[in-house]
Design a protein around this ligand. Structure first.
Ligand code: SD4
Length: 300
């Protein structure tokens, strides 16, 4: 197909992540290497408070990270609730490649990372700590969904990165990494490290990833659903729209107040997205369309 290789990812900062992934794809490199390299960009970004270092903490002040990765053979790896390790996506890849398991959590994930040479670091920045302390005063330690992402004017913003790439050989891989909902309960895990929820890849069909309130995505096994709908002939956009519809159907009132967005690509390199609310964007990079930011369609 004409537009391969290609890489797409969630939100405006996906542009910088795509750029890094593109360096690998344009040389004929593997989609798996591309999505790992791309996801590491927001993980290291001090201005991104929803991914990796500088992520907002949970309500007890711990920065706990979730990530997963999946390749063209259906291999996958993930970490959840991992503290003190700056690049969870790379640890997720090692779980996939070096262990017989798929998901490591908490202390076990951190221990595994340290055994593989990752540095133990403080991830809470003074700025994130300040935001957390301010939250503590206003919200009295109650876990509230979505609060950190509600923007003036009723817009909802999130910053988790989900990335999907197809390499020159036509192989698909995906990555998803986040610090999760800010001020979450300690131990809370969202959709992002859950294969089938935050990310799913089937090399015969395509891939999907999600962002937003993870609980609703887990309940609907969102990314798996999007890929299965594409298998049945839905376009990427229509598949994402249908997955949003399921969330609205189950929770019509909640859906008006929370953001969830899906992003998908099919085997031909066609892509699309759909969200509950306005404000979701995604970034596209291929040989022709470098640095493109596209607003996702939405219900509300
Ligand atoms: C989660 N889906 O932990 C993630 C949150 C997110 O930007 O997308 N934040 O539920």
């Amino acid at each position: 197909p004409a537009n391969l290789p290609i890489v797409i990812s969630t939100w405006d900062f996906g542009v910088a992540a795509n750029k890094e992934a593109w360096k690998i794809l344009e040389k004929g490199g593997r989609a798996l290497d591309a999505v790992e390299a791309g996801a590491r960009v927001p993980e290291a970004d001090m201005n991104n408070h929803s991914v990796g270092r500088a992520g907002y903490p949970d309500r007890d002040g711990h920065v706990t990270l979730d990530a997963c990765i999946m390749d063209e053979q259906g291999n996958c790896g993930a970490v959840a609730g991992m503290e003190n390790i700056a690049h969870p996506i790379s640890v997720a890849r090692l779980v996939m490649e070096k262990t017989p398991h798929v998901l490591l959590v908490g202390d076990g994930a951190r221990q595994f990372a340290i055994e593989h040479g990752f540095k133990k670091e403080k991830l809470l920045t003074p700025e994130s700590e300040k935001a957390w302390k301010e939250w503590l005063i206003k919200h009295e330690y109650k876990p509230i969904m979505n609060s950190e992402n509600q923007m003036p004017g009723g817009k909802y913003n999130h910053d988790t990165i989900g990335m999907l790439a197809i390499d020159a050989k036509g192989n698909i891989s995906g990555a998803c990494t986040t610090s999760g909902m800010a001020w979450k309960m300690h131990g809370r895990v969202g959709d992002s490290p859950i294969i089938g929820a935050g990310l799913y890849v089937d090399n015969e069909v395509g891939g999907a990833t999600s962002t937003g309130v993870g609980e609703e995505v887990i309940r609907n096994v969102g990314s798996f659903l999007v890929v299965e709908l594409m298998r049945q002939g839905y376009s990427p956009t229509d598949a994402c729209k249908e997955a949003c519809k399921r969330i609205i159907k189950r929770k019509p009132d909640t859906s008006k107040e929370i953001q969830v967005g899906f992003l998908a690509i099919n085997k031909k390199g066609e892509y699309g997205a759909y969200a509950l609310h306005k404000g979701f964007t995604y970034a596209v990079c291929d040989a022709k369309k470098q640095d493109l930011i596209i607003p996702g369609e939405s219900f509300y």
